[in-house]
Write a protein that binds this ligand. Structure first.
Ligand code: SAM
Length: 242
C-alpha cells in the first residue's frame, strides 16, 4: 500500500492533509481515487491507516481509520559515520543504511578520501542524500526519515561517535572480530565508522583507539567502502533485533 510521511501538524481532528509533490504523486502519477486506502507516518513513530476523502492536484485530504505504533524501528539508534567516497557510493550507503535500520548517516572526510567537498557543495550533497533517505524510508516502511548531515571532519566524527554507547571502528587490521563486540551487547546508541576506498591511515586508527573507540574486523575479506556499513547493520540487526 502507498505510504507517505506527513508532518504531525497536518494530522488533526481525525484527518490528515498531504500537499505538494506527494499530493501530485497521489492524484496524478498514482491516479488514486476518493475512498482508496493509503498509509501515512508522522515521522516520529506512529502510522495511520487512512482513506482518501478529497483529492486536488496540490492537496489530498485523508480520513484516518486507525493508528498504531510503527513496528519497523529497531530498539537502538545507529549512526553510520561514512568516509566520503567517489561517484555515487554515498548514495548507496544512504539508501542501504536506511533500509537496514540506521537512524542517522554522517559523512566525514579523512586523510585518504579522494573526494574533497567545499562547505556549500557538502550542503548540496546533504540535500540530495536527504531525498534518497526519504525515498528509502518510504520504500522500507520506516517510522522515521533518517537524517543525513553535511560532511564533517574526522576528528568531529570521532568525537560524535564516542558519545554513543557502542562505537565500532571498522579496521581491516583489527584482531577483534565484530561478533565479539556486539554479542550480548546492550546499547541504545551505536556508531559504525567506515573508511574511504583507500582505508584509514595508521594515525587515524590509533587516534580512534586512543579515544576509546573499539576497532573491529569484519572478517577476512576486504569489503568495499559502500558495503561495509550495510554488513555491520545486518549483523547488529541479527544480534540485537530478535
Ligand atoms: N584498506 C583497504 C584495502 O586494503 O583495500 C581499503 C579500505 S576498504 C575498501 C573501505 C573501508 O571498509 C575500510 O576503511 C574499513 O572501514 C571497511 N572495511 C572493509 N573491509 C573490512 C574488513 N574486513 N574489516 C574491517 N573493516 C573493513
Amino acid at each position: 500500500m502507498p505510504r507517505f510521511f506527513v508532518s504531525a501538524e497536518s494530522i488533526h481532528d481525525g484527518r490528515a492533509e498531504i500537499y505538494g509533490d506527494d499530493a501530485r504523486h497521489i492524484s496524478r502519477s498514482l491516479r488514486m481515487r476518493i475512498g482508496e486506502p493509503l498509509t501515512i507516518c508522522d515521522g516520529v513513530g506512529t502510522d495511520y491507516n487512512c482513506v482518501i476523502e478529497e483529492s486536488f492536484p496540490e492537496r489530498v485530504v485523508l480520513k484516518i481509520r486507525d493508528s498504531y505504533d510503527n513496528f519497523s524501528e529497531p530498539p537502538y539508534r545507529v549512526t553510520v559515520f561514512q568516509a566520503l567516497a567517489r561517484g555515487d557510493k554515498i548514495d548507496t550507503v544512504v539508501q542501504k543504511s536506511v533500509e537496514f535500520g540506521a537512524a542517522r548517516i554522517v559523512p566525514f572526510s579523512s586523510e585518504r578520501c579522494n573526494v574533497k567537498l567545499s562547505p556549500s557543495d557538502g550542503l548540496k550533497k546533504a540535500e540530495r542524500w536527504g531525498r534518497i533517505a526519504e525515498e528509502a524510508a518510504k520504500q522500507s516502511g520506516r517510522g522515521i526519515i533518517p537524517s543525513v548531515s553535511a560532511p564533517i571532519s574526522f576528528d568531529e566524527a570521532m568525537r560524535a561517535a564516542n558519545l554513543c554507547d557502542l562505537s565500532l571502528f571498522c579496521w581491516e587490521r583489527s584482531s577483534n572480530p565484530l561478533g565479539n563486540a556486539i554479542r550480548g551487547a546492550s546499547a541504545d546508541t551505536i556508531a559504525i565508522i567506515v573508511g574511504p576506498e583507500g582505508g584509514f591511515s595508521e594515525q587515524e586508527a590509533a587516534a580512534a583507539e586512543n579515544s576509546g573507540i573499539v576497532s573491529v574486523s569484519l572478517g577476512s575479506r576486504i569489503l568495499r567502502t559502500e558495503s561495509a556499513a550495510t554488513f555491520v547493520l545486518a549483523c547488529v540487526s541479527y544480534e540485537m533485533e530478535r
